[in-house]
Ligand binder design. Structure first.
Ligand code: NAD
Length: 463
């Protein structure tokens, strides 16, 4: 088999495999190297299997509210193993989907760990006893959970978990401490709480989901507390130790020390890029913290070597990786790729859901922008009332001078499906005029998006 390609992609997550498909569409001969499973973390250990778990949790939680809908069940319960198995099946199905797509596009899949060596042009990719060469090599090796060994936050797979162990435990812990309140921490806290675990979330910064708009963080905190989640915010984790049956965590909250005990702790304090053991140092690849430094098109500065997705830095999101990958390969092919600066929405699939795009109100003000802000609560939206989805709101942030939409923030039912409307508006550089002139279907929760845009300009209709 010929070991010469137009492009070799290392890593088959949503960054790598999407880039491979686009490269094949552009007529290139493509190889993709993967050391574990096609689809990477997202499909196998992240975005997708967690959404399956969260759906089970959400349905189970809704059983508490059946009477509100005139319904009843005699007996409720769950089979934890079946919940986990469903999530694994969903991941396996999508893994099979990527396998199919690689075959369809005649992309050669090379299983194994890749090492790079200096080549004639682009680096040579060594996988086992194969030496693969190409005009271009794209690193899409992703990232993994950050740990803090000094504080004892080193996962052991037994009582200290990362997202990996949290996806496939034998049983739900009775008591659980989640360290970190980013998307990973909050999603697992939501899932295990929905199935009845006693969950405490410990966050170092001043509020939970600290990247979100402050009003959304506050509303989320309240909504989660209503469901029985407990929080220690801001809290400094001093030390995690293992006890006979679980873990003990020493924290400092408001100058006072406190020890929390639980069966299990999930560490979700961010991620680090997978940059090790590939020979990057010898090639002179520039690495900052744990991420490869690239220019505006993914180029690393080493001839023929590119990096995209999580390994190339934040935001660490699957859709950002795919977008960057497509941009990178189209740029290599001499096409006119889409703007890399397109606004990137972020979603957290808890109950209630959280979704945002662009600047928070505070970030806009820090930039000296004179903002116009609109809000609309779901509790007065017809569809939300009919569906019993009263929690949450939509918040819009406009540049008061130009009228451009510069940020949108939502919390509530299915907002992760709605945020795309605002992302599209921002990509098209819409102002309030277009948002006001757009017709929103009635009855839908998306009407709250219209109202929030109207509210920013004193034109709200239903309040
Ligand atoms: P994160 O950086 O989003 O959140 C980590 C949180 O932990 C932060 O709030 C941070 O302040 C806190 N923290 C850090 N050190 C701490 C300590 N010692 N004690 C207490 N709290 C501490 O990271 P994550 O949640 O691990 O997720 C990793 C990445 O994956 C993120 O970029 C995230 O956006 C992405 N992701 C996205 C989704 C989604 O889109 N739904 C889901 C999962 C992960």
């Amino acid at each position: 088999m010929a070991d010469t390609f137009d492009v070799i992609i290392v890593g088959s997550g949503p960054g790598g495999y999407v880039t491979a498909i686009r490269a094949a569409q552009l007529g290139m001969k493509v190889a993709i190297v993967e050391r574990e499973l096609l689809g990477g973390i997202c499909l196998n250990w992240g975005c997708i299997p967690t959404k399956a778990l969260l759906k089970s949790g959400e349905i189970y939680e809704q059983l508490d509210h059946l009477a509100d809908y005139g319904l009843k069940v005699e007996k409720r319960g769950f089979d934890f193993d079946a919940v986990i198995q469903r999530s694994r099946k969903v991941a396996a199905q999508l893994n099979g989907g990527v396998t199919f797509l690689m075959k369809k596009h005649k992309i050669e899949v090379v299983m194994g760990s890749a090492r790079l060596e200096k080549g004639q042009g682009a680096p040579t990719v060594v996988v086992g006893d194969r030496r693969l060469t190409a005009k271009h090599v794209i690193l899409a090796t992703g990232a993994r959970a950050r740990t803090i060994p000094a504080a004892g936050l080193e996962p052991d797979g037994d009582r200290v978990w990362t997202y990996r162990e949290a996806l496939t435990p034998k049983a739900a812990p009775k008591t659980l401490i989640v360290i970190g309140s980013g998307a990973i921490g909050i999603e697992f806290a939501s899932f295990y709480r929905a199935l009845g675990s006693d969950v405490t979330v410990v966050e170092a910064l001043a509020r939970i989901l600290p990247v979100e708009d402050e009003e959304v963080s506050r509303a989320a905190h309240k909504a989660f507390e209503k469901r029985g989640l407990k929080f220690r915010v801001p809290a400094n984790v001093k030390k995690l130790t293992k006890t006979k049956s679980g873990v003990a965590i020493e924290i400092e909250v408001g100058g006072k020390s406190e020890t929390l005990e639980a069966d299990v702790a999930i560490v979700a304090v961010g991620i680090v890029g997978n940059v090790e053991d590939m020979g990057l140092e010898a090639l002179g690849v520039k690495i900052e913290r744990t991420h490869i430094v690239t220019d505006g098109h993914g180029a690393t500065g080493v001839p023929g070597l590119y990096a995209i997705g999580d390994v190339a830095g934040p935001p660490w999101l699957a859709h950002k990786a795919s977008h960057e990958g497509v941009h990178c390969i189209e740029h290599i092919a001499g096409e006119k790729p889409a703007n890399l600066n397109a606004p990137i929405p972020g979603c957290t699939y808890s109950t209630p859901q959280i979704a945002s795009v662009g600047l928070t109100e505070a970030q806009a003000k820090e930039q000296g922008i004179e903002v116009k802000v609109g809000r609309f609560p779901f509790r007065v939206n017809g569809k939300a009332i009919a569906a019993g989805e009263l929690e949450g709101f939509v918040k819009t942030v406009f540049d008061g001078k130009t009228g451009a939409l510069i940020g949108a923030h939502m919390i509530g039912g299915e907002v992760t499906e709605m945020i795309q409307g605002f992302a599209l508006a921002m990509t098209l550089e819409a102002t309030e005029a277009e948002l006001h002139a757009t017709v929103y279907p009635h009855p839908t929760m998306s009407e709250a998006m219209h109202e929030a845009a109207l509210d920013a300009f004193g034109k709200v209709l239903h309040i």
